[in-house]
Design a protein around this ligand. Structure first.
Ligand code: PGA
Length: 250
């Protein structure tokens, strides 16, 4: 079953009020190509101004807390995100799993909190280069899925992003065959975890998606979109990736 593709930008700790001008052309591309979904996830401080500037564009966050409120200095709840217009949230990105030592259980709690707040949770998984070299890439990703996927997730509320850690920000990508194998394994695991809804959950590929490789990666079976870091920061790079998703959907 071909699912509607989602192209989501992850600005990470980049951008400023001035860079929100990029969103004008990104929204224009999203509106010109209604056959795909487009979203941008800027840093927390830019969410409200982004929503104010382009209310028709899906804007998301890059993290949230698993609890609704409380004594958690520096954290942001899903209710806070919803209040300022965020519709999605990335959880369990490998940079947070590494830098903030986030566990699968914490990622699962964050995803569950996002879903109960009415948001779409984008749960990230992916192996390190050492995992792949040791032949355990699939086992690592399956274990992350087992620990991180909220069992009430549906095709409407849950998205999985497969991002090999060694492909993020490096300009390297797996072969399309390796992407196909991993996405098929993720699809099968989702069926085991959430049943029939697993067939409706979009599985994004992430890691060095660029204008020149987007169409090929997005045409791979069970690749239902892309999570884009560096190339989402400018419309000049991000719009051709949206167009690649459209072409791959055709
Ligand atoms: P990249 O990042 O596109 O810059 O490799 C992807 C991501 O980390 O989501």
């Amino acid at each position: 079953m071909a699912l509607r593709k989602l192209v989501a930008g992850n600005w990470k700790m980049n951008g400023s009020l001035a860079s929100l001008v990029e969103l004008d052309l990104i929204l224009a591309a999203a509106q010109a190509h209604p056959s795909v979904d487009v979203a941008v996830c800027p840093p927390f401080t830019l969410i409200a101004p982004a929503v104010a500037r382009v209310p028709a564009l899906a804007v998301g966050a890059q993290d949230c807390h698993g609890q609704s409120k409380g004594a958690h200095t520096g954290c942001v709840s899903t209710a806070m995100l919803v209040e300022v217009g965020a519709r999605l949230v990335i959880v369990g990105h490998s940079e947070r799993r590494a830098d903030q030592h986030e566990t699968d259980a914490e990622v699962q709690a964050k995803a569950a909190a996002a879903i109960s707040a009415g948001m779409v949770a984008i749960v990230c998984v992916g192996e390190t280069e050492a995992d792949r070299d040791a032949g355990r890439a699939m086992a690592v990703v399956e274990s992350q899925l087992d620990g991180s996927i909220p069992r009430d997730g549906t095709g409407a509320t849950l998205v999985v992003a497969y991002e090999p850690v060694w492909a993020i920000g490096t300009g390297r990508t797996p072969s399309t065959g390796d992407v196909a194998d991993m996405h098929a394994a993720i699809r099968a695991r989702l069926a085991g975890l959430i049943g029939g809804e697993g067939a409706r959950v979009r599985i994004l590929y992430g890691g060095s998606v660029k204008p020149d490789n987007a169409r090929e990666l997005l045409a791979v079976a069970d690749v239902d979109g892309a999570l884009v870091g560096g190339a989402s920061l400018t419309a000049a790079q991000f719009v051709p990736i949206i167009e690649g998703a459209v072409a791959a959907s055709g």
